[in-house]
Ligand binder design. Structure first.
Ligand code: ATP
Ligand code: MG
Length: 610
């Protein structure tokens, strides 16, 4: 059945949504694909659902090709499995939780590792049941602090989540690789550019994980890459630390008055004036800045932590959070407030240092303050610093790490800058932004251990199963496709993902125009081409063309003025071309253009006959 504009449930709008930040949100709203129900929660309208089904089809086909079988879990789940894994607490405020009438705790699942683990535990007991891979396409719930940009960051969103179950590491490696390759095929077939980057495990736990990012300035993730092929989420970049230095020849530490040095620049200046070094000038990178942050743990507890880093760098709170060093699970890290500092009089604002005096350090392991002190990896044994003396108007010079002070550990909390060396030696880093469209994880045995998923091996011995988890943000991916494929006037879907194959626009009042358009519609439909037909008799050509451009079906067939000369106009929004075609050839040429569009994504119309 063709879609007819006269009856289709779509209302194109002139106005952008009030909170529009990005093109995909503006266009999906104005073209009548989605409608906001609440912050970060959207209703799908017919055209939106049409594209969503196609995106899901591509994902299903590739995930199944990788050997995974589809199941479907409830979104509403009991709390117990998540309490057992520790994530009821670790997800913190991100979790939508509720109680039933008997006051039992439930949640709207943000992701489903626990219940997949339990399902397999329920039904599998032998090594013969493995390897196993299961997936679902399902609605997820996360009470995001900052829902934004329409479908890009929702509080309700659609995810494809797959889980692999293996007996050993080699099995997990193979499952992970198969899924990674499926992802590559998915994004290629969806015509979405991607970069694969090293990532940090976050609240998920486990080791070994990569993200697929859609490179775009609208993204919230910063990633780095080098010409030599290194790529990582900025949160996963590790600092190239200096080799430990022998400190036997370094001068002893000494506290000096340093009046009027409120900034790093004034301190560097004063250091070179008052305490010049023999070998070279002091630089900002020789000053040790101690930044006080407040960590809110997943259980709500607040902890003050001091982070030491070279004075020429800022703390990157996202990186600090991502390391897992500050706390497990969903934690929040923010600069300490005035009130926090007021409660810690031993920290002298502007002059905070790792030692109260040289023999009584209060930060770090040996300290009496009880505060954790973590330092940047550049603070390596033997490095020599100028830093606060915890005395107003004073700094300590030639303070050597390992000799004069220590810390409770290292933390990757410094900003990463363009030009920094890549950890794999492949050259200087470039920075760019991207949207996370998928992630593949080697979870290992974390969930299987927490929930008791074991099988008997060939020798009848009980073995803990090792798992992987693999997510694609389906609704986010749809928004990214719109982000990638549009122009000023509207959406331009890749042909195979469009809600129709061809948009027929009949213009004017001539009965013959509508008869011809009607006939082309049915001939095309007979050939299996999906038609969206603008049959509205009283709508002006300008409005119809505007709608066709906004709605974004790439192949447009105009039946109008040219008909008196026996021709119609075949347009291609994807490459901006248009040509007149004799009516008699219109069906064939339209089919050819449509099929060429499918071929661009390496497929045919038959791929979607499901
Ligand atoms: P983010 O860092 O963007 O919050 P995440 O790493 O927490 O995402 P995962 O748990 O890895 O997300 O979920 C798998 C996929 O689901 C992500 O790669 C992303 O594409 C998608 N996704 C996650 N959160 C959202 C959201 N709030 N709205 C839409 N899609 C999302
Ligand atoms: Mg992720």
């Amino acid at each position: 059945m063709p879609l007819r504009m006269s009856s289709l449930f779509v209302r194109s709008l002139k106005e952008d949504p009030a909170d529009a930040e990005v093109a995909s949100h503006r266009l999906l709203h104005r073209a009548g694909y989605i409608r906001r129900s609440a912050p970060g929660i959207y209703t799908w309208l017919p055209l939106g659902l049409g594209v969503l089904r196609r995106v899901e089809t591509v994902i299903r086909q590739e995930i199944e090709r990788a050997g995974s079988q589809e199941v479907h879990f409830p979104a509403l789940l009991p709390a117990e499995p998540y309490q057992e894994s520790g994530r009821w607490e670790a997800f913190g405020d991100l979790l939508f939780s509720l109680q039933d009438r008997k006051e039992n705790d439930y949640l709207l699942a943000p992701t489903h590792e626990e219940v997949f683990t339990l399902l397999v535990k329920d039904l599998c007991g032998s090594y013969k049941d493995l390897p196993l891979s299961l997936y679902q396409i399902q609605t997820k719930y996360r009470d995001e602090a900052r829902p934004r940009a329409g479908l890009l960051r929702g509080r309700e969103f659609i995810m494809k989540d797959a889980y692999s179950f293996d007996l050993d590491d080699a099995g997990l490696d193979a499952s992970y690789q198969a899924m990674r390759e499926a992802y590559i095929r998915i994004y290629e077939r969806l015509r979405l550019p991607y970069v694969i980057v090293e990532a940090t495990p976050g609240a998920m736990g486990g080791a070994g994980t990569e993200e697929f990012l859609y490179p775009s300035p609208v993204g919230e993730d910063t990633f780095v890459r080098t010409a030599g092929g290194y790529a990582a989420n900025v949160e996963a970049v590790t600092t190239v630390a200096p080799e430990p230095v022998d400190w036997s020849d370094l001068p002893a530490a000494h506290v000096e008055p340093t009046p009027d040095t409120p900034t790093i620049a004034t301190l560097v200046d004063a250091s070179n004036r008052l305490q010049p070094r023999q070998d070279r000038e002091w630089t900002a990178a020789d000053t040790l800045k101690n930044v006080v942050v407040a960590v809110t743990h997943a259980n709500g507890e607040r902890e003050i932590v001091v982070i030491g880093l070279p004075g020429d760098r800022e703390v990157d709170l996202g990186r600090a959070e991502g390391t897992g060093r500050l706390g497990e699970g969903e934690i929040a890290v923010e600069p300490a407030t005035e009130a926090d500092l007021a409660a810690l009089p031993q920290l002298v604002k502007g002059y905070i240092g790792p030692g109260e005096s040289l023999d009584a350090p209060f930060l770090g392991l040996e300290g009496g303050s009880g505060l954790r002190y973590l330092v940047d990896p550049r603070v390596a044994p033997g490095t020599r610093w100028v830093t606060g003396a915890n005395q107003h108007g004073h700094h300590v010079f030639d303070l050597v790490y390992g000799r004069d002070f220590t810390a409770d550990g290292l933390i990757e909390a410094s900003e990463v800058r363009a030009g920094d060396p890549a950890p794999d030696g492949s050259g200087p880093l470039e920075l760019a932004r991207g949207v996370e469209i998928g992630q593949v994880f080697k979870l290992g045995t974390k969930y299987a251990e927490a929930l008791g998923l074991t099988v008997l091996d060939e020798n009848g011995k009980s073995r803990v199963v090792t798992m992987g988890s693999y997510g694609v943000g389906v609704s986010r991916v749809l928004a990214c496709i719109a982000e990638e494929h549009h122009d000023d006037r509207g959406l331009i879907w890749p042909q195979h993902l469009a809600p129709a194959d061809v948009h027929i626009v009949a213009t004017g009042k001539d009965a013959e125009v509508y008869e011809t358009a009607e006939s082309l519609t049915s001939q095309l439909e007979q050939q299996g081409v999906r038609v969206l037909y603008d049959d509205r008799p009283k709508t002006s050509p300008g409005v119809k063309f505007g709608d066709a451009e906004l709605l974004g079906v790439p192949t447009v067939l105009v039946v109008g003025r040219g008909l008196k000369d026996g021709s119609v106009e075949l347009r291609n929004r994807a490459d901006g071309t248009s040509r007149d075609v004799p009516v008699a050839d219109a069906v064939q040429q339209t089919v050819e253009q449509v099929d060429a569009g499918y071929a661009l994504a390496g497929g045919t119309r038959a791929d979607f006959l499901v």
